[in-house]
Write a protein that binds this ligand. Structure first.
Ligand code: BG6
Length: 484
C-alpha cells in the first residue's frame, strides 16, 4: 500500500518534538507501511535536502536509544520531502495537489499541526483543490477551538469537506500505553468491575503534574491556560476512561458513545460550585530540582500582569447510577513538584476497624501514566517491623511495572496514534460530539473567571499548587494522594 503523509506545520515545534521522532520509530520498527512518503509543509523555502538536514540536526537532541544511526537516517531521509506553502494562500494548494496527484498514492493523510486559526482554511482549501477524496484522512491537533462556539465552527467546516470517519481528532493522552492498559484492566478482567462503583469507591483523583514551565510557548499559553490546554481534553478523556460504562464492543463508536455519556453526566456548574470546587493557580518563582526558576509572569511572551492560569484543581461528580455522590478530583499544572501523571482510585474504608492502623495510601489502586507506566495496588499487611504492636498493620503494595514487564521499547503515544490513522482505526480519537460536550462543560469556568476579580492564586514553582487545592479536597474529608 502506498501512502502520502502531509505534515502541515512541518517545521513546527510539534513536528520536531513528537511527530518526526514517532514516525522514525515506526519506520525503524518496520510498522510504517512500505511505500510511505512524508511531505513536510511549511512557509520556509527549503529544498528536500535542507529539510532532511534540519531533521537530522533535531534528531541529535532525542534520547540516545531513539537516535538513528547514519545508515538508518539515510534510509528514513529517502522518504522525506518538503513543500513550501503559505497555507493562507489558495494558490499555494495547487502545488500540493500536483505533488499528490502525480503519485496517486492509495491513501493520503493530512496532518494539520498548525496554529488552530488555520484549521478551517486548510480544510476549505483542500476541498477547493479536490484533495478531500474518500481516500484522504485528516488529522487535527488540539486545541480545536478556544471555546464551544469556535470548536463548533471548526467541526462544521471540517464536516463540509470530510465525513466523520475521515476525521482523526488527536488527544495524545489516549495513545499513552497506560490509558490503553486502563481499558484492558477494566474491560479485559472481571476482577474490578463489581467494585467499580459508588458502593465501594470513596473518590477518584486524576493528577497530571508537570515540572516544566511554559518553555518557549508563552504567547500561545497566554490565550490558552491550563483549563483549555489540559482539562478540556486530556484530563476529561482520562475521566471518561475511568468512569465510562463497558462498551458493547471495541468499535470506535461503541467506545465513543460511552465516553460521551460520561461527559453528558458531569454535574452542571452552579455559582456555588464554581467558587468552591474550582481552584485556579499561577506559578510564581521557585525552585525545581535545585534550580531557581522564574514565575509565569516573568516568562517570555507573557503579560507581566497576566491572569492566565497555569494550574487547575476541581471537584466534579458523574451523575448516574454507578457514580452518584462519588467525588472525582482533577488537578493539573505546570511547574509543580514533579512530572507525575496518575489516577488514584480510593476504595471505601472497612465498615468496622479491628486493627489500630493508619491507613495512609492503603486500600487504593493507582494507575501510573508517567514517568512510570504501571499499576499499584496499595493494601495493608501485617509487617514484621513492629513485633510488640502485633495488631498494627503496615501499608504494602503490589506493583506492576509495565516497562519491566513488557520492555521499555513499547510503542509511544504519537507512534501508536499515527499508525492508527494510517490503518484507519478511530478508537483512540475524539469524536466531534465528545469534544463539543467537553467544551460545553468547561465554558462556565471560563465565563466565571472572566469576571472574577480575584484572579489565580499564586503558588511557588516546585510545590503542589495553591493550598486552596488541598483545602478543597479536605472539605470532603480526603487528601491528595501525595499527602496521604
Ligand atoms: C500538551 C499541552 O497537549 O500536553 C502541553 O499542550 C503539555 O502544555 C503536554 O506540556 C503534556 O504532554 P505529556 O505527554 O508530556 O504529558
Amino acid at each position: 500500500m502506498s501512502f502520502d503523509l502531509v505534515l502541515f506545520g512541518g517545521t513546527g515545534d510539534l513536528t520536531w518534538r513528537k511527530l518526526m521522532p514517532a514516525l522514525f520509530q515506526a519506520f525503524r520498527h518496520g510498522t510504517l507501511p512500505e511505500g510511505a512518503r512524508i511531505i513536510g509543509v511549511g512557509r520556509d523555502k527549503l529544498s528536500n535536502d535542507e529539510y532532511r538536514d534540519l531533521i537530522k540536526t533535531r534528531f541529535e537532541k532525542v534520547d540516545l536509544a531513539k537516535r538513528p544511526s547514519a545508515d538508518e537516517f539515510a534510509r528514513f531521509a529517502a522518504i522525506l520531502e518538503f513543500l513550501s506553502m503559505d497555507l493562507s494562500k489558495p494558490g499555494d494548494y495547487a502545488a500540493l495537489a500536483a505533488t499528490l496527484n502525480a503519485r496517486g498514492a492509495d491513501s493520503v493523510v493530512m496532518y494539520v499541526a498548525t496554529a488552530p486559526a488555520l484549521f478551517t482554511t486548510v480544510c476549505e482549501q483542500l476541498g477547493a483543490s479536490g484533495l478531500n477524496t474518500p481516500k484522504t484522512r485528516v488529522v487535527l491537533e488540539k486545541p480545536l477551538g478556544n471555546d464551544l462556539a469556535s470548536n463548533r465552527n471548526i467541526n462544521a467546516t471540517v464536516r463540509r469537506f470530510f465525513e466523520e470517519k475521515q476525521v482523526f481528532r488527536i488527544d495524545h493522552y489516549l495513545g499513552k500505553p497506560a490509558v490503553q492498559n486502563l481499558f484492558a484492566l477494566r474491560f479485559g478482567n472481571a476482577l474490578f468491575e463489581p467494585l467499580w462503583r459508588r458502593e465501594h469507591i470513596a473518590n477518584i483523583q486524576i493528577t497530571i503534574a508537570e515540572d516544566l514551565g511554559v518553555e518557549s510557548r508563552g504567547a500561545f499559553y497566554e490565550t490558552t491556560g491550563a483549563l483549555r490546554d489540559m482539562v478540556q481534553n486530556h484530563a476529561l478523556q482520562l475521566l471518561c476512561a475511568i468512569g465510562m460504562e463497558p462498551p458493547i464492543n471495541s468499535h470506535a463508536d461503541a467506545i465513543r458513545d460511552e465516553k460521551l455519556k460520561v461527559l453528558r453526566s458531569l454535574k452542571p456548574w452552579t455559582r456555588e460550585t464554581l467558587t468552591q470546587d474550582v481552584v485556579r493557580g499561577q506559578y510564581a518563582s521557585g525552585t525545581i530540582n535545585g534550580t531557581k526558576v522564574p514565575g509565569y509572569r516573568e516568562e517570555a511572551g507573557v503579560n507581566p500582569a497576566s491572569n492566565t492560569e497555569t494550574f487547575v484543581a476541581l471537584r466534579t461528580e458523574i451523575a448516574n447510577w454507578r457514580w452518584a455522590g462519588v467525588p472525582f478530583y482533577i488537578r493539573t499544572g505546570k511547574r509543580l513538584a514533579g512530572r507525575d501523571a496518575r489516577i488514584v482510585v480510593n476504595f471505601r474504608p472497612t465498615p468496622h476497624a479491628i486493627f489500630n492502623s493508619n491507613v495512609g495510601m492503603a486500600n487504593s489502586l493507582v494507575i501510573n501514566l508517567q514517568p512510570k507506566d504501571g499499576l499499584e495496588l496499595h493494601l495493608l499487611a501485617q509487617g514484621q517491623a513492629n513485633r510488640k504492636a502485633s495488631q498494627s498493620l503496615a501499608p504494602v503494595q503490589l506493583d506492576l511495572d509495565f516497562d519491566k514487564r513488557f520492555g521499555s521499547e513499547r510503542v509511544g503515544a504519537y507512534e501508536r496514534l499515527l499508525l492508527d490513522v494510517i490503518d484507519g482505526r478511530l478508537n483512540l480519537f475524539v469524536r466531534s460530539d465528545e469534544q463539543e460536550e467537553a467544551w460545553r462543560w468547561v465554558e462556565p469556568m471560563l465565563d466565571y473567571w472572566a469576571v472574577d476579580a480575584q484572579g489565580p492564586r499564586l503558588y511557588a514553582a516546585g510545590t503542589w499548587g495553591p493550598s486552596a487545592s488541598s483545602a478543597m479536597i479536605a472539605r470532603d474529608g480526603f487528601c491528595w494522594s501525595e499527602e496521604a
